[in-house]
Design a protein around this ligand. Structure first.
Ligand code: DGL
Length: 245
C-alpha cells in the first residue's frame, strides 16, 4: 500500500529532507508544510513549539497521513516525546536519532554540533552520542544567525567562518538543523559533514512497499508564498501553495 507521508519544518529547511526521501521513495504521496509564519522555531519556547506542531499534526491526520517525518531538529529536541505521546495512531520519524545513527557509522571522535539555540540548549546530541560512546568528544555551538540568513537568501560565508574559527581540532560537524544542508558548500570540505537527510532515508525504508505506482507531492507554506517559492523552486523544482492552519 502507498504511504501518505507528512513532512514539516519551520520553513524551507525540511525540503532538504523531503528532496532526499522523495529521490529514494518516489512512489509515496507526500505533503510538506513549511511553517514560515512561526519561523524561527529555534527561538521559541517548548509550549509554543508544541502548539505549532499540534496544528500541523492535526492537519496531517485530517488528510489521512500515516507517517509524519519531523524534518526539524528544534522540534525533535524539544517536544518529540510529547508528540509521540499525543499522536499514538501515526508513525513518527524524527531527525535526531536518524542523524546520530549516521554520525556513529562514520567512526569520528571529535565532533562539533551546530544547531538552533533551542536544539543546542537541549543538549540532546551530546547526551545521545555519549550514551553510545562516552569517548567521543562532543562540542556544541548555537548558530542562530544562520536560519534567517538562509531564508532571506543572504550571504552566509563570513558568519560561518566566524562561528567555526575556534574549532580547529574537530574531525566532523553535525549539521543539527535541516536548513544547514543548503549552505554546506561554505563549510570546510576536509571535515566530514553529517546532515539530517541520510538517516531519515534509512529509517523510512521499513515502511516502503516497492510495488506501488508513482506518488505525488504537495508543498505548502503558512507564510509569504512568493518568497517561499523562490527557494522551493530552486530546491524542489516546483511551486508551493499557501495554507492557513
Ligand atoms: N530547520 C529547523 C531545525 O532543523 C528549525 C530552524 C528554525 O526555525 O529555527 O532545527
Amino acid at each position: 500500500m502507498k504511504n501518505k507521508i507528512g513532512v514539516f519544518d519551520s520553513g524551507i529547511g525540511g525540503l532538504t529532507v523531503l528532496k532526499e526521501i522523495y529521490k529514494h521513495y518516489p512512489n509515496e504521496d507526500y505533503i510538506y508544510i513549511g511553517d514560515n509564519k512561526n519561523l524561527p522555531y529555534g527561538e521559541k519556547t517548548k509550549e509554543q513549539l508544541l502548539m505549532y506542531a499540534s496544528k500541523i499534526f492535526d492537519y496531517f491526520i485530517k488528510e489521512k497521513v500515516n507517517i509524519v517525518v519531523i524534518a526539524c531538529n528544534t522540534m525533535c529536541s524539544n517536544v518529540f516525546s510529547e508528540l509521540t505521546n499525543k499522536y499514538k495512531n501515526v508513525n513518527i520519524i524524527g531527525v535526531i536519532d536518524a542523524t546520530v545513527d549516521s554520525f556513529i557509522k562514520e567512526n569520528k571522535s571529535n565532533v562539533l554540533v551546530i544547531g538552533t539555540t533551542a536544539t543546542i540548549k537541549s543538549n540532546i546530541y551530546e547526551k545521545k552520542i555519549k550514551s553510545i560512546n562516552s569517548n567521543i568528544n562532543v562540542y556544541s555551538l548555537p548558530t542562530p544567525k544562520l536560519v534567517p540568513l538562509i531564508e532571506n537568501m543572504e550571504d552566509v560565508k563570513d558568519t560561518i567562518d566566524e562561528y567555526l574559527k575556534p574549532y580547529d581540532n574537530i574531525d566532523s560537524i553535525i549539521l543539527g538543523c535541516t536548513h544547514y544542508k543548503l549552505i554546506d558548500k561554505y563549510i570546510n570540505k576536509n571535515i566530514k559533514l553529517i546532515n539530517s537527510s541520510d538517516g531519515v532515508v534509512s529509517k523510512l525504508k521499513e515502511y516502503i512497499n516497492t510495488d506501488s505506482k508513482k506518488g505525488s507531492i504537495k508543498i505548502y507554506t503558512t507564510g509569504a508564498l512568493n518568497e517561499f517559492n523562490i527557494l522551493c523552486n530552486k530546491i524542489m523544482n516546483m511551486n508551493a501553495e499557501f495554507i492557513e492552519l
